[in-house]
Design a protein around this ligand. Structure first.
Ligand code: AMP
Ligand code: ZN
Length: 488
C-alpha cells in the first residue's frame, strides 16, 4: 500500500489571479455560493456549463472530505436587460410579452432550470435561495450601508464605488470616467456606480415591488447575491462561483457591497471581499449564434435531447475541457462525447456482468490509480486529466472486475456521469424527427440477418436501403456493438 498524503486542493482564485490551496474558513467545512439564473427564460447550454462546473467543484470538495454547504440562488426579480442600470426588469418584461404574471414566469422557468440540472446529474444545493424571499433582509443590508456608501437619485439608491478600496480589482478594470461603461443613468457620480434599490417610477406599478426607505421599488441584482450569501453562509465564506462574465461587473459590485457592509478595507486581504476565493468558469462558445436567447430557437438541453443526444454526453463534453478554457460547441464535438460515453458504459456493463466477487478492500493498484485521479482533480479540477485515469482503470484487463468497478464508482462521485447505473439503452435516445420505431428497426435488421445467412444479398441490401431511407444508420461490425443508430 502506498501511504502518500492526500494532495492539497489547489484552486485558481480570480481575485489574486493565482492558484491557492483551499483552506476552509471553518475547519472541515466548505461553504460555496454560486450565482444562479435569472428565471425569465430558458437557460442555454452555456449557462449549464456554469452549473456543471459548480457541481464538479462541490463533488471534489466532498470527495476530499469536506462537509459541503452549497447555495445556488434563483433571481426572480431585479436583473435588468442592461448591465448599466438602464432598461427593463427582465422578469417584468418577459411577463408583459407572454401575458403572464411575473410570479408565473419565475415558477415556470425555475422548474425548467431544475429539470435541466437533473438531466445533467447536477446535485441539488443545500438550499435554493429565491431572491424575492430575502427582500426584507436586502432592505436592512442597504440601510446599513446607505449613509456612508450610497446616494439617492430620482431613480433609486446608488452605490458610490469611490467609497471602498480597490473597486474593480477582480475585473482588473479601469474605472476612470471615459473608460469602461457608458453612463446611462442621469446623475450618477461615477460610471461604475450601480443601483442598490430601484424606485418604481411615479405613476407606474410593478408586479414585484416593495416599500423601502427610498420609496416603493425593487432591489438591485447585485444586492441580492451579497445578502443571500451572507444570510446562508456567513461572511467570509469559502468560495463564490459564476461564469467569467460575472468577473467584470456583477462580482466586483457584490464585493464592493460586502466591503461596505463589513467595514472592510483593502482587497489585499481576499477575505475582505466576502469570500476567500472567487472562481469563474470560462464560456461555452457557439459560432452558430444559437446561444442568444433573443433568437427564436436557441441551444438548450432540450434541443440536444430532441436530436438524440443524452444530456450526460454534454456533461462529459464539459468535463473534457478544463473549466478555465473556452469550450467551443459543435454537434461533432457532442457526438464524439456521446461515443466516448457509450464506450465507457459498454465497458462498465461488461465489468458488471463479469464481476462475481464483491469489491475487496483497496489494494496497491487501486490506491495508485485513485491517487493519480485525485492528483488531477486537486490540480484546479483538471477533469480532462482525471478522465484519462478513468480510461486507464477501464482498460486494465488483468485486474479483477469487481475491484475495477469499485474504483470507477469512486471516480464517478466526482465526475457525476452515473457510470454504474447508465445503460446502453438509456443512451439510445430517439431523435424527435425520427419516424421509425425501435421495434421496426430491430425486426428489419433480423430479416436482413436471415437474408444474409441465406446468401440472398439483393434482399439484404434492399432492407438496408429501407433503413437508410428511414434515417437509420446501419453499423455492421461496430466495435461498440451498437449495430444501428438513428441519424441526428
Ligand atoms: P444568467 O442567467 O445570465 O445570470 O447566467 C447564469 C450563469 O451562466 C452565470 O454564471 C453566467 O456567468 C453563466 N454563463 C452565461 N453565458 C455562459 C456561456 N456562454 N458559457 C458559460 N457560462 C455562461
Ligand atoms: Zn450573483
Amino acid at each position: 500500500m502506498t501511504d502518500a498524503p492526500a494532495p492539497p486542493l489547489m484552486l485558481f482564485n480570480s481575485l489574486t489571479r493565482s492558484l491557492e490551496p483551499f483552506e476552509p474558513v471553518h475547519p472541515g467545512e466548505a461553504r460555496v455560493y454560486s450565482c444562479g439564473p435569472t428565471v425569465y427564460n430558458f437557460q442555454h447550454i452555456g449557462n449549464m456549463r456554469a452549473y456543471v462546473f459548480a457541481d464538479t467543484l462541490g463533488r471534489t470538495l466532498a470527495f476530499k472530505g469536506y462537509a459541503l454547504r452549497h447555495i445556488i440562488n434563483i433571481t426572480d426579480v431585479g436583473h435588468l436587460t442592461s448591465d448599466s442600470d438602464a432598461g427593463d426588469d427582465k422578469m417584468e418584461k418577459a411577463a408583459a410579452s407572454q401575458g403572464k404574471s411575473a410570479w408565473d414566469i419565475a415558477a415556470f422557468y425555475t422548474a425548467e432550470f431544475k429539470r435541466d440540472l437533473n438531466w445533467l446529474n447536477v446535485r441539488d444545493p443545500a438550499k435554493w435561495t429565491v431572491a424575492t424571499e430575502y427582500v426584507p433582509r436586502m432592505i436592512d443590508f442597504a440601510k446599513s450601508i446607505a449613509d456612508r456608501h450610497c446616494y439617492e437619485l430620482d431613480s433609486g439608491l446608488y452605490f458610490d464605488v469611490s467609497t471602498v478600496a480597490d473597486y474593480g480589482r477582480l475585473a482588473r478594470a479601469v474605472t476612470d470616467d471615459g473608460e469602461g461603461r457608458i453612463e446611462e443613468v442621469e446623475g450618477k457620480r461615477h460610471a461604475a456606480d450601480f443601483a442598490i434599490w430601484r424606485k418604481t417610477p411615479a405613476g407606474e406599478t410593478r408586479q414585484m415591488e416593495w416599500d423601502s426607505p427610498w420609496g416603493r421599488g425593487a432591489p438591485g441584482w447585485h444586492l441580492e447575491c451579497s445578502v443571500m450569501g451572507e444570510a446562508e453562509l456567513g461572511m467570509p465564506f469559502d468560495i463564490h462561483t459564476g461564469g467569467i462574465d460575472h468577473r467584470e461587473i456583477h462580482h466586483p459590485n457584490e464585493i464592493a457591497q460586502n466591503q461596505a457592509y463589513r467595514g472592510c478595507g483593502s482587497l489585499d486581504c481576499a477575505e475582505h471581499s466576502g469570500a476567500r476565493m472567487w472562481m469563474h468558469n470560462n464560456f461555452l462558445i457557439d459560432r452558430g449564434g444559437k446561444m442568444s436567447k433573443s433568437t427564436g430557437e436557441f441551444l438548450r438541453l432540450q434541443l440536444l435531447v430532441d436530436r438524440g443526444y443524452h444530456p450526460l454526453a454534454y456533461r462529459l463534453m464539459c468535463l473534457q475541457a478544463h473549466y478555465r478554457s473556452e469550450l467551443e460547441f459543435s454537434w461533432e464535438g457532442l457526438g464524439a462525447a456521446l461515443t466516448r460515453l457509450k464506450r465507457l458504459v459498454m465497458v462498465v456493463e461488461q465489468l458488471k456482468s463479469a464481476s462475481s466477487q464483491p469489491p475487496v478492500k483497496p489494494i496497491d493498484w487501486w490506491t495508485e490509480r485513485l491517487g493519480a485521479f485525485e492528483d488531477a482533480i486537486s490540480d484546479d479540477l483538471n477533469t480532462p486529466k482525471a478522465l484519462i485515469w478513468l480510461d486507464d482503470v477501464l482498460s486494465l484487463k488483468k485486474f479483477n472486475a469487481g475491484e475495477r468497478l469499485a474504483v470507477v464508482k469512486d471516480m464517478d462521485q466526482v465526475l457525476g456521469l452515473e457510470l454504474l447505473t447508465l445503460t446502453r439503452s438509456d443512451l439510445r435516445i430517439r431523435p424527435k424527427s425520427a419516424t421509425i420505431t425501435e421495434t421496426d428497426i430491430e425486426a428489419t435488421l433480423l430479416r436482413r440477418k436471415e437474408a444474409r445467412a441465406a446468401k440472398d444479398f439483393a434482399a439484404s441490401d434492399a432492407l438496408r436501403d429501407e433503413l437508410i431511407a428511414a434515417g437509420v444508420e446501419v453499423m455492421d461490425g461496430d466495435p461498440l456493438g451498437w449495430d444501428w443508430r438513428l441519424a441526428n
